[in-house]
Design a protein around this ligand. Structure first.
Ligand code: ADP
Length: 494
């Protein structure tokens, strides 16, 4: 198969979130399975400054945006340690900025920037004379390309056999703009109706993609179910119910070249499932020392790494910390940045309880690795979680996840109980209700098990032996591409 993966970010070229990890890793695995895949993303300022070899293809183009012609150029690179080509769409007015999508607030011309990018995708295919089988778009930034495929480019020989897939990484971000931005797209106003591009009077680019895509997937099967209902559908539950026959979920993978305690250069000691000790204990001791926590091998150490936003259940964590810190012999290692309100609450808890609570309000990849390795328990009480990566890293690092059973957390963490203990499938602890009480009760269960070394070892080892690598997920993507091609072919014949 020939596939074009269109994305607004991909490691190591540009990253704000999990989308970049998927776009940077999945194509390499798909290529490894013998398929031809090309990646296209904008050439941002951070892309140009990333120190990656990039060369000019000499191909320039012009596309219509709001009736005027806008010029761009294609640069070329490849995904690291691979032959997967990466084309970068250059236009310095649109993409030569400090950030990807906005500074403090979204850039006012985001609709225009991504209309330009979506049009450029077709220029690229045209210049490369690439007859793709699959156009794979991701999130709202590239969703409009799927509408172009079905309208402006429908029937052209180059795109005749192309089917399309839209992957939704987080439905809370939809690319909504005022209705006049319809003019930027160049598409006929007839598409501006509640069944296609309009959403309560506004232009909604994610909805547009959901309507025009041949197939839709999200980053976990449970999230694919959840977004068909309120509140997690964020208003698009009706569209998704309507399209449920072509909607599925595929869990993201982990890059075990980067997240592997046996190879991790960020750790003071290495370890693996066969020999978790003494490496794991050394990592805990060194983490306690690094963060100014009391060095005690027996006290349970709870870790959290992530964006400090409501979605991640930071209120619940802070609530349990406030309740437990004065009396309970449990330690906390928190790393994150986000809402200033949470910065204040967490910093205050750390100030009041030195030795038991450590809070680092920064972005530190290496400390994230050391918390994954040095903690005993990893807390993820998320309100919603499309996939979640940290719980998968935790499993590999022998740090037992305590999660709220939502989205990808529900699909990857098997709660410890009598049955799952007996059949040795438990790899963590899960609770349903989004409340401080439910988190406290579940953390308490985890801490009780922690004090029974045989039980704890079994839970840890079950998680450490699991395989959440990209290889498996890539095979599922390939199967989804093939299913979609087959279904579209059959309906064309019907
Ligand atoms: P989301 O995509 O919603 O932010 P995920 O769990 O899917 O959540 O992925 C978050 C990624 O970002 C993980 O790799 C996590 O380690 C990393 N991360 C988040 N905040 C920080 C931070 N402050 N320092 C280091 N890494 C962080």
């Amino acid at each position: 198969m020939k596939i074009l993966l269109a994305t607004s970010e991909a490691v190591p070229f540009a990253k704000t979130g999990g989308l970049a990890d998927v776009s940077g890793t999945l194509p390499q695995e798909i290529a490894r399975l013998g398929h031809e895949i090309v990646v296209v993303l904008p050439a941002y300022r951070q892309t140009r400054e990333a120190g990656i070899p990039i060369h000019d293809t000499g191909i320039s183009f012009e596309v219509p945006v709001a009736g005027k012609l806008v010029a761009g150029r294609f640069l070329k690179s490849s995904l690291p340690d691979s032959d997967v080509p990466v084309y970068l769409v250059e236009n310095s007015d649109y993409f030569g900025r400090e950030e990807l999508y906005g500074e403090d607030t979204d850039y006012a011309d985001n609709c225009e920037r991504f209309v330009f990018f979506c049009r450029a995708i077709f220029e690229l295919l045209d210049h490369l004379d690439l007859r793709i089988d699959v156009l794979h778009a991701n999130d709202w930034q590239t969703a409009l390309a799927l509408a172009y495929l079905k309208t402006d480019y429908a029937g052209l020989p180059l795109y005749e056999k192309a089917v399309s897939l839209l992957t939704v990484h987080n439905i809370a971000y939809q690319g909504q703009f005022w209705h006049w931005d319809m003019l930027l797209t160049g598409l006929d106003w007839k598409y501006f109706n509640w069944q296609q591009m309009e959403f309560f009077g506004k232009l909604n680019l994610l909805k547009t993609g959901l309507v025009f895509a041949d197939a839709i997937n999200t980053v976990s099967p449970r999230y694919a179910e959840e977004i068909q209902r309120e509140p997690l559908g964020c208003g698009l539950e009706g569209v998704l119910q309507h399209r449920r026959d072509v909607l599925s979920g595929i869990i993201n993978g982990v890059d075990y070249r980067v997240w592997n305690p046996a190879l991790d250069p960020n750790l003071p000691a290495q370890f693996d499932a066969e020999h978790p000790q003494p490496g794991k204990s050394t990592c805990k001791q060194e983490l306690q020392r690094e963060l100014g926590l009391r060095t005690d091998p027996d006290v349970p150490l709870v870790g959290f790494v992530g964006r400090l936003v409501e979605q991640k259940g930071v209120d619940l964590i802070a609530g349990v910390m406030r309740e437990w810190l004065p009396t309970q012999s449990v330690q906390w290692a928190i790393l994150g940045t986000g809402d200033p309100r949470y910065h204040e609450i967490l910093a205050e808890l750390a100030r009041r309880h030195p030795g038991r609570a450590a809070v680092r309000l920064e972005f530190s990849n290496s400390l994230a690795h050391r918390i994954e390795a040095g903690a005993d328990i990893f807390a993820m009480p998320s309100q919603f979680e499309p996939c979640g990566l940290n719980q998968l890293y935790s499993l590999k690092y022998g740090t037992v996840p305590v999660v709220r059973a939502t989205g990808g957390l529900a699909d990857t963490i098997t709660n410890f109980d009598d049955r799952t203990q007996a059949n040795r499938t438990a790899n963590g602890f899960a609770f349903r209700e989004f409340s401080r009480l439910a988190l406290a009760e579940t953390l308490q269960r985890a801490c009780d098990c922690y004090r029974q070394p045989d039980v704890w070892r079994q839970i840890m080892e079950t998680g450490m032996r699991q395989d959440w690598s990209w290889g498996q997920s890539a095979r599922k993507y390939v199967a989804l591409y093939e299913r979609t091609i087959q279904r579209c072919r059959e309906s064309a014949w019907a």
